[in-house]
Design a protein around this ligand. Structure first.
Ligand SMILES: [Zn+2]
Length: 282
């Protein structure tokens, strides 16, 4: 009889400074953001979903993965934003047999995010001498699924959410959705790249994920103490609906920002909201 192992999972959250730092005064205690990396592991092998931003954070991630004593087979990158894939270089150095994978669309975004020009003009200014260089990019996965110890891991393409070509990873055997940036947990959502029609596309993507009836939803950005209950799917959708409505009801950046803060006074990273409000009112 063939015995199929049970999968388990664990998450590591690290806090860092937000990317938009010129926001109005107030809410200083909420001016940070976190990134989440998820390890899914069986008896011998493991898959990592997403990495971190800085050299120090990614070293911490490597030490954490090693503590599980598994063979790291894959790194799956949910989308092309730098804070999710900049760790590939260090992780490949630490685990030479690992393969880093992402969809074709995510790989395209990652090449823009990790170009020397964009590192110099954007990431390197925000995190001087802390961004791993030169970048190592994920390879394109040609399939919409891969395996960990005979369990299927399914890629769900979400289209444009907080950037282009984003995805989530669904592991049906443990009812786990590793949502990437399609879902946020307690943190202001990055809408600066969105348009009204892409925000509606994002809502449809969330509706699709709700049909999975996941037991656990791990997001790319979460308040570390928060749980992973699926109610965050509805919370992420409601935030988008509120932003769309309040964008129509306000006519300047500050009014939109303050109207959203009234509804979401405790969400972390108000800088993201400031960036979103500036982008839509520009
Ligand atoms: Zn992100």
């Amino acid at each position: 009889m063939i015995k199929i192992s049970n999968l388990q999972f664990a998450e590591l959250c690290v806090k860092r400074a937000g990317l938009t730092r010129n926001l109005p005064k107030g809410k200083e205690e909420l001016q940070w953001v976190s990134n989440t990396a998820t390890l899914i592991y069986g008896e011998k092998d493991a898959v990592l979903v997403d990495t971190f931003t800085t050299i120090g954070q990614n070293q911490k991630l490597i030490d954490w993965i090693k503590s599980f004593d598994r063979n790291l087979k894959y790194i799956y990158i949910t989308h092309g934003h730098g804070d999710h894939f900049f760790g590939i270089k260090q992780i490949k150095e630490a685990f030479p047999n690992v393969k880093a994978l992402a969809t074709k669309g995510s790989v395209e975004v990652s090449y823009k995010q990790g170009s020397p020009k964009h590192i110099e003009s954007f990431w390197g200014k925000l995190f001087p001498n802390q961004i791993p260089q030169p970048q190592v990019f994920p390879d394109v996965i040609d399939s919409n699924s891969f395996e960990l110890e005979e369990h299927g891991l399914e890629i769900i393409e979400a289209g444009f959410t907080d950037t282009a070509n984003t995805t989530s990873l669904w592991i049906p055997d443990i009812e786990l959705l590793v949502a990437g940036d399609v879902v946020y947990n307690g943190i202001h959502q990055h809408l600066a790249e969105t348009t009204e029609s892409s925000r509606l596309e994002w809502i449809l993507a969330i509706d699709g994920l709700k049909e999975l009836n996941s037991k656990f939803v791990i997001t790319g950005h979460k308040v570390p103490e928060n749980d992973n209950k699926p109610k965050i799917l509805d919370e992420t959708k409601q935030y988008l609906l509120d932003f769309i409505r309040l964008d129509k009801e306000t006519d300047n950046v500050l009014d939109l920002y303050n109207a959203m803060l009234d509804l979401y006074p405790n969400r972390v990273n108000p800088g993201a909201l400031w960036g979103s409000a500036n982008a839509v009112k520009a």
